[in-house]
Ligand binder design. Structure first.
Ligand code: SAH
Ligand code: SF4
Ligand code: F3S
Length: 432
């Protein structure tokens, strides 16, 4: 067994990556490890990496550089690199950086246990091929009110810019019974909100049970008050799903539906398998069925061959659809993806200019939409306190609300919105 009992872990990626961190801490917790907040206090340092854009990998590499000296001070210290970048870089990273002890891909996190029990020789890249979807791991959750639950692993979509199919493998759905069991236990533990996780939740399937029917089953679990899910691929969003969202009380009025671009030429080059018109039709379905739904999205600017007129179509799309919020990124060429090899790569100055324009426009739209909520009553699930000690929570549409009274986490209250900002709202308890 590895000596020492203190682990420092840093997470670089998406919600799925963060949830993997919770499971790594679950495994280590069961083995007597406690989490510490500084690398210098640790006997075990874990970096849970992300490879989605160049920046994410750079951040990891500079954090790695900053702990090199600790290894000299403490020869017993072990360093593990986990996550998506670990999977992609594997042996190369071991060869390049002598002070890394183990590299472990996202589908192998259950083997952390074997590492600390010294079952692996030092300096290996652990990449067996188990079906993580069939393995239930202990979890040490950060939050007491909201919980993440994996429903589908991997991705088969091969969007031409994206590394995820290479880092997280083929799409595999988790068995229905395991999901239901996990959520029932969460309900018993007092969790109020769950977020179902997957790169493309819409293609969930176990036997006859598809994603909409999974949601219907979760609706019946007593104690859970709110259900969310990320991420939906627009091509697989069905009318059946829209109807289930409309009819199930617990499913929140919010969907994250990444559009990526407004130009059909670019969508085709991205292999997204929908046109702007297809996407817009689904927005109409959603808004017809659920009039107050919040819709958020992801945008990539500066994809190869994106001419000014293509970019203008993204701007047009933002104006026409009016999302509640977006995440926008400059295209980042990733090794091994098709898009990195396409002709017509866009210079960085143009990408930056386009990104600024997109963000500025969306800020205006978000601000305008939030302003409309002033004076309205919103249902808020209280999550905790902010740095200033104010009670905070979220609306069903996933907007952050600061409340002027002291309320316990986990309570659901009606709040009258008194003030709106670009990224949050403020309000007071509403009593009839
Ligand atoms: N599975 C999800 C998203 C996963 S990645 C989906 O399909 O929607 C989250 C976001 O990162 C993507 O929606 C995309 O906008 C962005 N992204 C992915 N690869 C990128 C790249 N190479 N450069 C810039 N942004 C990228
Ligand atoms: Fe990446 Fe596309 Fe899969 Fe999302 S759907 S993870 S963007 S390949
Ligand atoms: Fe998530 Fe980054 Fe991997 S976004 S799936 S941790 S590449």
């Amino acid at each position: 067994m590895m000596k020492g009992r203190a682990v420092y872990i840093k997470t670089f990626g998406c919600q799925m990556n963060e949830h993997d961190t919770e499971r790594i801490l679950g495994i280590l917790g069961a083995k007597g490890f406690t989490e510490v907040d500084e690398p210098k206090k640790a006997d075990l340092i874990i970096f849970n990496t992300c490879a989605i854009r160049h920046k994410a990998e750079q951040k990891f590499l500079s954090s790695l550089g900053r702990i090199k000296h600790l290894k000299k001070k403490n020869p017993e210290l072990k360093i593990i690199v986990a996550g998506c970048s670990a999977q992609l870089q594997g042996e190369n990273l071991l060869n390049k950086i002598p002070y890394i002890d183990y590299i472990i891909g996202p589908d192998n996190i259950h083997l952390i246990e074997n590492i600390i029990e010294n079952q692996f020789s030092n300096r290996v890249f652990i990449h067996e091929n188990p079906d993580l979807a069939k393995i239930n791991l202990p979890v040490k959750r950060k939050d007491r009110v909201k919980a993440w639950v994996n429903i589908i692993y991997g991705c088969n979509n091969y969007c031409t810019y994206c590394v995820v199919p290479y880092t997280r493998g083929k799409e595999r759905s988790r068995p229905l019974n395991d999901i239901i069991q996990e959520i029932k236990i969460l309900a018993e533990q007092g969790y109020k909100e769950i977020t179902l996780l997957g790169q493309n939740v819409n293609s969930y399937r176990d036997g006859d049970v598809n994603f909409p029917s999974l949601l219907e089953k979760i609706e019946n679990i007593e104690g859970i008050e709110r259900v969310r899910f990320i991420t939906s691929h627009p091509k697989d969003l069905s009318m059946e799903l829209v109807n289930v969202m409309k009819n199930c009380r617990k499913i929140c009025e919010h969907i994250h539906l990444p559009i990526q671009a407004g130009s059909n030429k670019i969508l085709k080059l991205m292999n997204r398998k929908y046109t702007y018109e297809d996407y817009l039709e689904k927005i109409y379905w959603l808004r017809d069925a659920i009039p107050n739904i919040a819709i958020t999205s992801d945008i990539i600017v500066g994809f190869p061959q994106e001419e000014d007129e293509d970019f203008e179509k993204t701007i047009y799309a933002l104006k026409e659809i009016e999302f509640d919020g977006i995440f926008a990124f400059k295209f980042s060429p990733r090794v091994g993806t098709l898009a990195a090899k396409l002709d017509g790569q866009i210079p960085d100055e143009i990408k930056s200019k386009r990104l600024t324009e997109v963000l500025r426009l969306q800020d205006e739209i978000t601000e305008r939409k939030n302003k409309k909520l002033e004076g309205k009553i919103q249902e808020v699930l209280v999550e905790g306190k902010d740095e200033e000690g104010f009670t905070t929570g979220r609306t069903r549409t996933n907007k952050i609300v600061k409340i002027y009274s002291d309320i316990k986490p986990g309570e659901i209250v009606n709040v009258k919105i008194t003030k709106s900002y670009r990224h949050s709202l403020e309000g007071e308890i509403f009593k009839e």
